[in-house]
Design a binder for this molecule. Sequence first.
Ligand SMILES: C[S@@+](CC[C@H](N)C(=O)[O-])C[C@H]1O[C@@H](n2cnc3c(N)ncnc32)[C@H](O)[C@@H]1O
Length: 231
Amino acid sequence: MFNILTQINKNFECDIAFEKLKKYKDLLKTWNSKFNLTAITDDEEIIKKHFYDSLIFSSYIDLINQSILDIGSGAGFPGIVIKIFFPNTNLVLLESNNKKVLFLKEVIKELDLKNIIVINERAEEYTKNNIECFDIVISRAVAQLNILLELGVQALKIDGYFIALKGKNYDLEIKQLNKKEKELGLLFDKKQIVEDNHLGLRANLFYKKFKKTSSLYPRSYNKIKNKPIGD
Ligand SMILES: C[S@@+](CC[C@H](N)C(=O)[O-])C[C@H]1O[C@@H](n2cnc3c(N)ncnc32)[C@H](O)[C@@H]1O
């Protein structure tokens, strides 16, 4: 059922991981009827559009022993899936929605995942108080790049990677930044483009932190939203 994942990495062929993934999928479907966690409910679609999509980036970066912050984890993408396949990572799932936080905690308990916690807070508050704590900050489908990078950059260590999992409009989002990511202490490093019949175009963008981020960032959410960097 999960064989498609071995296209990303043949080491993903592991009974324990697949067992956890199956449990996760079942929990997602059960809780979805109460909490409306995802519009994707078909088994094959969950595997491709959530599980597979959450792992594509992992072929471009070494995740062993890395501390990772997943901003706006929602129902656990990509954070929970990363944890299942890379058990020796340290994961923080950051999510502002209470119901999603309850679900994430239930998944962690039921799948018996270790070194992973859920924080019920907004990213712009959390990152202000957790400066340079993570090797990797990652996020999928939370905000446009010119907002997202400011929300998360303070929490990233120097030389760490900010990875934004994006779709077909990634080019426009990069243009909107007007190269102002440098002001945050980030440099565009590389991109991974994958085109697929079911997923469409996926663009995983890797930014590297080259210097400390000014304490001016992140600004309040209203300021970020009304005047994103690069505007
Ligand atoms: C569209 S969902 C995407 C969820 C998941 N990353 C995925 O790809 O399926 C966006 C999630 O980000 C959360 N979110 C939005 N802004 C946030 C913020 N500033 N801090 C923390 N979470 C946030 C929302 O509550 C929501 O669960």
